[in-house]
Each structure stands twice: as C-alpha cells, then as structure tokens.
Design a protein around this ligand. Structure first.
Ligand SMILES: [Mn+2]
Length: 392
C-alpha cells in the first residue's frame, strides 16, 4: 500500500496581511502530480486543512479543486481529520455522503473510531482517523460511557481526562489491538520531544499539551499533524509530514516535503520524503541599506518573501519603499541599528519624549508603509505627554 502523508495545509493563511493562496496552489498542484506519477493508493491529511474555523471563500474553492483532482479525476481516496485550526463541525459537513466519493472527513471526535478500510493485493489496511479535540471535548465524549462502566464495577477508578496525554490514551483504547493486522492512525497532536516553530498555535497553556509517542507504537504507521517541521518521533513509523509551506520566518531552514510511505504485506513501512518546491521562498536578510540594494541586482530570487533587518544606525527616509523597489515582497522590516542608537541617547525627558514619538513614527511606518500626518503627530505627542504625566 502506497500512502501519501501530508498535513498542515493552512489554506487561507495570511502572513503580514499577504495572502499565500497562490503559493499554496503552487505546492498543491505538485502534490497532485506526485499522486499521479507515484501511483499513490491513498492520501492522508493529518489536520489543519484550513487556517481558520471559518475559511475565506477562495480558500474553500482551492481545497475543493484539489480534492476534486485527487478523489475524482485520479480516483484516489483521501482521509482528512480536523486539526486545532479547523472548525470540526463545518469541516465534517456531509461526511457520510462524501465517503461514497472517495473523501473521508472526520471533523468531530466520536467515541467510536470507525476505521476506513482499504485493500491492496495483500489484504486490508485499517486507517483510524482521530480528529483534534481538547480535553474538555474528550471528557464530554467519554464521561457518560466511562461513568456507566465504572458504576457497574466499584473497584475500578475513573480515568482522569485532564491532560492531552490522558485523553489520547483514552481515545486509543477505542481501537482494538491489531496483532498481525496492518493499521494506520491519523492524529493531530504534540508528541513530547517534538521540535516546534513559531507558526503552530499552542494546544494548551502550561505544557499539558504533550502526548507520549509510546501510545502509537502498536500501529504500523502513525501519520501526525501539528508540528510544521517534518520529523519522526521515537520510531521511523511515527512521523510528522510537516506543513506544505513555510508559515513563519522561524521556518527559514526547514525543507518542506510530503511523506511517501510504502507499507509491505507485514505492515513494515519504508519512508521517503518528497521535497516540495515553493513559488517564493521565505528568508531573512540583514545588512546596511546600500549594501542590500546593491546586492539585490545579482539576486535571482527577488520575489521571495523577506524579513529585512537594517543595521544602519542613522534615520533613513522611507526605507520600506526604497527596498520594495528591488524586493517587491518584503513582509517585514526591522531596524535593530536604529533602536540601539536611540536607547543610548536617552538622557533627559525632552529627548525621551521626542524619541518615543520617533519610535512610534518608525513603528507606524513599518506597519502602514506611510508617514504620520501632522495631525496624527499632534495626537500622538499629546497622548505620550498624558502617559508621561501618569508616570510621575
Ligand atoms: Mn498547523
């Protein structure tokens, strides 16, 4: 059985107010090609299909088009679970009907984990979709079942369901032991020891989000979503495919890919990571303004999404516009050189007031790409004055 494992598409994501839809379509079309050329038997999407619970219309249209190409035109089944970014009810719309058309979506967690059974020449492979659910939801699903069992048997203690680890353990108890059987779990969670980056939204505050990899060891393969860097956890067969694109500058060094899994007749898996090429890379550049502009002439990738960190210590008029003449897709501009000089100069209160305004002007410029008008300057000056008075 040849399985294509992917996750964290985050369709509809914007970064610094720039839509990534075109970039997302570019990598998803590569995925459709891979499905075709590699003769994939099934595609798994381990959560965060969309970036938001209510995705924008053009994001839904893109997902609709890609799923139509895979499920309909190529006749390859797709199994999707909800991640923490997806709205489980909306994602699960018409899931019973869609099963007839090769599309298996699990939005809401249910006590019964119904496997999707697919066949190859060696027999059945069972795919268990476990959508993301927070501990409160897991308690809602299992409390009534567990309390009725416990009331019959006074010796047993009710299982605590307060951490993600306890919840995952409870959910996986619903899956019978699979000795000799070939089985795959699809889950969206944070396995302890996993490497994080900035674009994953924490599943809970205070570290109770981590789940032990040991729960998954009995399955032939575990297709994970949530962490955006491709990685294995504890075993080769317990893996994150990673996101399809870089979704923050902290992922600058990531190599984005999808995971191709070949499962043999015994359930042993061999793994291959297939690189995805992005339309525009996401990277950061640091240096003096003049050097950056001069070097840009020989830069073959001027369309990349950039974070530029200017080391110049003097004020520069309208740096964003000047840089955008050479790099049109700058997402963010930092001025570490300017900041360090300003803090050294703070000697008396007048300078302090002035620098607060100039710092705000700088900030406004970066966010809005525009200078403060005279009226706006007056309002900010009086606001800063008021705040200073409050300090005394
Ligand atoms: Mn994600």
């Amino acid at each position: 059985m040849r399985i294509l494992h992917t996750s964290d598409w985050h369709i509809g994501r914007q970064i610094y107010n720039v839509s990534l839809l075109e970039d997302q379509r570019y990598v998803l079309e590569q995925m459709v090609d891979i499905c075709k050329t590699k003769k994939v038997d099934v595609v798994l999407i381990a959560g965060d299909l969309y970036d938001r619970a209510i995705p924008p219309a053009n994001a839904v249209a893109l997902v609709d088009d890609i799923l139509n190409q895979i499920c309909n035109e190529l006749d390859i089944p797709v199994i999707v679970i909800a991640g923490n970014h997806d709205g489980p009810e909306r994602l699960g719309f018409a899931y019973r009907q869609l099963e007839k058309g090769n599309l298996y979506i699990t939005g809401l967690l249910q006590a019964e984990i119904n496997p999707v059974i697919l066949q190859d020449k060696h027999g059945d492979v069972a795919f268990y979709p476990i959508p993301y659910a927070d501990p409160a939801t897991v308690r809602d699903v299992f409390d009534s079942i567990d309390s009725s069992i416990n009331s019959k048997d006074d010796d047993s203690e009710a299982t605590q369901l307060s951490t993600h680890d306890q919840c995952m353990q409870r959910v996986l108890q619903q899956i019978p032991d699979q000795e000799n059987n070939r089985s795959v779990v699809i889950s969206h969670c944070f396995i302890s020891g996993g490497k994080e980056c900035e674009s994953e939204r924490p599943l809970s505050v205070g570290g109770a989000e981590q789940v032990s990899a040991s729960h998954f060891k009995r399955f032939s393969y575990t297709a994970l979503g949530h962490l955006h860097r491709p990685q294995k956890q504890s075993l080769e067969s317990i893996r994150y495919s990673g996101s399809i694109l870089k979704y923050s500058f902290s992922e600058e060094q990531h190599k984005k890919s999808i995971t191709l899994v070949d499962m043999d007749e015994k359930g042993h898996c061999s793994i291959e990571q297939l690189a995805l090429k992005s339309l525009r890379d996401m990277r950061s550049i640091s240096g003096a303004m003049d050097d950056i502009i001069a070097d840009a002439k020989n830069d073959p990738h001027k369309d990349d999404y950039l974070l530029i960190s200017l080391t110049d210590k003097h004020a520069i008029l309208d740096p964003m516009n000047k840089l955008r003449q050479v790099y049109p897709n700058i997402l963010h501009l930092e001025r570490p050189g300017l900041m360090s000089q300003n803090t050294q100069k703070l000697t008396n209160r007048d300078v302090l007031n002035k620098s607060k305004l100039s710092m705000f002007e700088d900030f406004y410029q970066q966010v809005q790409g525009d200078d403060l008008t005279e009226d706006q300057q007056k309002i900010m000056t009086s606001l800063i004055d008021d705040l200073q008075l409050g300090d005394v």
